[in-house]
Design a protein around this ligand. Structure first.
Ligand code: ZN
Length: 150
């Protein structure tokens, strides 16, 4: 499938019907993310068990790309360990910014490589991933810094 078709289909689908959208109670970690370039805001909530992401949900308001990216991300990282999820963050970050990055074996996340055509929108797609990384790095449930892509 052509990456442009995949990009359009996946972004439309996940924006129209975002997966894992809404509150998560109880949650171990809650982190807010903000992309001032576009105005995207999201709150990511995680529940960890046995070192894995047992559940993850998001809510907030953002553009189609930020919503679809967060929806795709929650599907992709559920069940992963902290280090697996951070490794996936690295791969997706490269996919968004590096023309040479290979999307093979990334499943639906490969669609995100279509965003390389729109450099101004990269932060819309990466916001949720930066927010996830912040959530994973913070083990304590205390006050967490808000994430900004600025
Ligand atoms: Zn946006």
């Amino acid at each position: 499938m052509d990456i442009k078709d995949l990009y359009r289909d996946v972004i439309l689908d996940h924006n129209r019907r975002p997966r894992n959208f809404g509150p998560l109670e109880p949650a171990d970690v809650s982190v807010e993310g903000f992309n001032p370039l576009c105005g995207d805001r999201l709150t990511l909530r995680l529940r960890m068990a046995d070192g894995k992401i047992a559940d993850i949900r998001f809510d907030g308001q953002g553009c189609a790309i930020s919503t679809a990216s967060a929806s795709l991300m929650t599907e992709a990282v559920k069940g992963l360990t902290r280090s697996q999820a951070l490794a996936l963050f690295d791969r997706v970050h490269r996919l968004l910014t590096d023309e040479a990055a290979c999307p093979d074996d990334l499943g639906k996340l490969a669609a995100l490589s279509g965003i390389r055509e729109f450099p101004a929108r990269v932060k819309c797609a990466s916001l949720c991933w930066h927010t996830l990384a912040s959530a994973l790095h913070s083990t304590a449930a205390g006050a967490l810094p808000a994430v900004s892509t600025e």
